[in-house]
Design a protein around this ligand. Structure first.
Ligand SMILES: Cc1cc2nc3c(=O)[nH]c(=O)nc-3n(C[C@H](O)[C@H](O)[C@H](O)COP(=O)(O)OP(=O)(O)OC[C@H]3O[C@@H](n4cnc5c(N)ncnc54)[C@H](O)[C@@H]3O)c2cc1C
Length: 491
């Protein structure tokens, strides 16, 4: 597509592709450019967690990922042959109570192919080189492979352009944080000797961590921390012999890798911007936050940034909501980013302990705590990103507890009714009330009368991304109207 789109997306990694798909689903014109010639062929982010799957399911395309991935049903932490803790993923409070293991190269393929069927092609070999927010639009300069330049105007620009984001640099936003003082190695290849094969396996050894993530068949990703690192120091990529030596030393006996397709050394950064937006420009995904792969939440968090932003942009572009709706994106997602960084940091610190006394203490505490089903449940929900909510968001209307169902700011645990919502709120409650709301705010709300008598005593407005915006009793309908009136565009 040439010309001026409503939204220009810089970067066609998993986050940019998710955003482009969502905007296409909502009928918004967008261009998506990527400076690379081709999609990644690396497995990078391997885990698609439950909450991300729910969001794709509400959007109607979770199933597209299923045939290219395989479910993992738990994580197991061991020291040698001894199991320290198990986290069963079937405890995750979701209709997707597992982790879908799928190589990032496949995730991107699925998303790009789906986007193409919606008539949007990723413009490759096209780099966003500069932009200016002119207040009424963003003027952006794209530079193509041969050096040819195009200047265009978009209503909104979203930087999904990864850890070295041009958009973030253009905004002058600091990427605050640090690089961990340790070297890491990864290997992707065929592994035998791990049981059960549908689990993530983490070995805590005196020397450090060794973690295995199933990919498909007998293909696994292995990650290990190596020695301490100095500022700016890098290491050569590991050899297969080095990886097998690490496995023999840190894992349980008999684990062997062959035929690696990817061997790499890497360092871990923990960084985040303070704000995810300014004016008509937004950041999402690694452009806004990067952290340790512990927990496997980087890509998931980025995709959820995209889901959060897509419906808000759509309602504003459609003229259905006031532009101030977009002001909620940054506070909502920075709070999530802070939490994800903190949790990943804690998991990484625990894995990297070197003092033998502290290691023993860690093992004892984790073995004890993980014996409690409630603790296992909490750990599983945290990994699956099921505990994310927006209690402090400006979009959350507090009316006290109305029934035993989800409160305002919490996740709506049910699938949104087919055809409902899309980019509009779903009003759930007594038939007459929700029909009235939908009639008064047709561009913001669709009605979903409650059939379940357990929910007939409450009135809720469910956001298009599956969080409760408003929860009240039927008598609070006036407040629900005020909530919607505050969002509605005066245009
Ligand atoms: C080894 C490894 C393992 C990982 N494991 C996990 C995991 O298990 N789970 C998880 O959730 N995450 C994991 N991650 C992190 C995950 O890969 C990233 O979080 C994810 O790729 C971020 O997606 P993104 O779309 O934000 O950015 P990227 O995937 O980095 O995509 C950014 C895109 O923007 C393009 N681009 C950059 N600048 C420009 C420009 N100026 N103009 C146009 N295009 C531009 C780039 O070419 C690129 O295609 C892992 C990462 C690595 C490296």
């Amino acid at each position: 597509m040439a010309g001026n789109p409503k939204v220009l997306i810089s970067g066609a990694g998993p986050v940019g592709l998710t955003l482009a798909n969502e905007l296409a689903r909502h009928g918004i014109s967008a261009r998506i450019v990527d400076r690379s010639t081709a999609r990644t062929d690396k497995s990078k982010a391997l885990v698609m967690w439950s909450r991300t799957l729910e969001l794709f399911d509400d959007a109607g395309y979770a199933k597209d990922f299923m045939s290219s991935g395989m479910p993992a049903h738990g994580a197991q932490i061991s020291t040698g042959r001894q199991v320290v803790a198990r986290v069963p993923f079937d405890l995750i409070d979701s209709r997707f109570a597992y982790a879908l293991m799928i190589a990032q190269s496949e995730t991107e393929r699925v998303l790009e192919e789906r986007l193409a069927t919606a008539g949007v092609t990723v413009e490759r070999d096209v780099e966003l080189t500069s932009f200016v927010d002119k207040g009424v639009c963003v003027e952006a300069v794209l530079t193509k492979a041969g050096g040819q330049r195009e200047t265009l105007e978009a209503d909104w620009l979203v930087g999904c352009d990864g850890a070295h984001s041009t958009v973030r640099h253009g905004l002058g936003f600091a990427f605050e944080g640090s690089t961990l003082q340790s070297h890491w190695a990864l290997a992707d290849g065929h592994v035998t000797g791990l049981d059960p094969a549908d689990h993530l396996h983490i070995f805590w050894h005196r020397d450090g961590i060794l973690a295995f993530f199933p990919i498909v068949g007998d293909r696994w990703r292995v990650i290990a921390n190596l020695g301490a690192a100095k500022d700016g120091e890098t290491r050569p990529d590991p050899t297969l012999e080095e990886i097998n030596a690490l496995m023999a030393r840190r894992g349980s006996p008999g684990i062997v890798m062959s035929d690696p397709v990817w061997l790499a050394a890497f360092r871990i950064n923990e960084r985040k911007v303070r704000d995810y937006s300014r004016g008509r420009v937004f950041l999402a995904g690694d452009a806004a936050h990067i952290h340790s792969p512990a927990g496997g939440q980087g890509m998931n968090t980025g995709m959820q940034d995209a889901f959060n932003l897509a419906w808000k942009l759509t309602l504003v572009i459609e003229g259905a909501a006031t532009p101030s709706l977009l002001d909620s994106y940054s506070p909502e997602r920075t709070a999530v980013g802070d939490r994800v960084l903190k949790n990943a940091g804690r998991l990484t610190e625990a894995a990297m302990l070197r003092n033998p006394l502290l290691q023993d203490l860690r093992n004892t505490i984790v073995r004890f705590a993980a014996g409690f089903p409630q603790v296992q449940h909490r750990m599983a929900d945290q990994l699956g990103e099921m505990d994310i909510g927006y209690p402090d968001s400006p979009l959350t209307a507090r009316n006290g507890q109305v029934d035993n169902g989800p409160k305002a700011g919490e996740r709506w645990p049910y699938r949104l009714p087919d055809g409902a919502g899309g980019y509009r709120f779903t009003a759930v409650g007594p038939a007459g009330l929700v029909a009235d709301l939908a009639a008064k705010f047709p561009r913001l709300v669709v009605a979903a009368p409650t059939r379940d008598p357990a929910h007939a005593t409450a009135l809720r407005l469910i956001r298009p991304d599956g969080y409760v915006g408003f929860a009240g009793a039927p008598k609070d309908v006036g407040r629900a109207e005020a909530y919607l009136a505050a969002l509605a565009s005066e245009a």
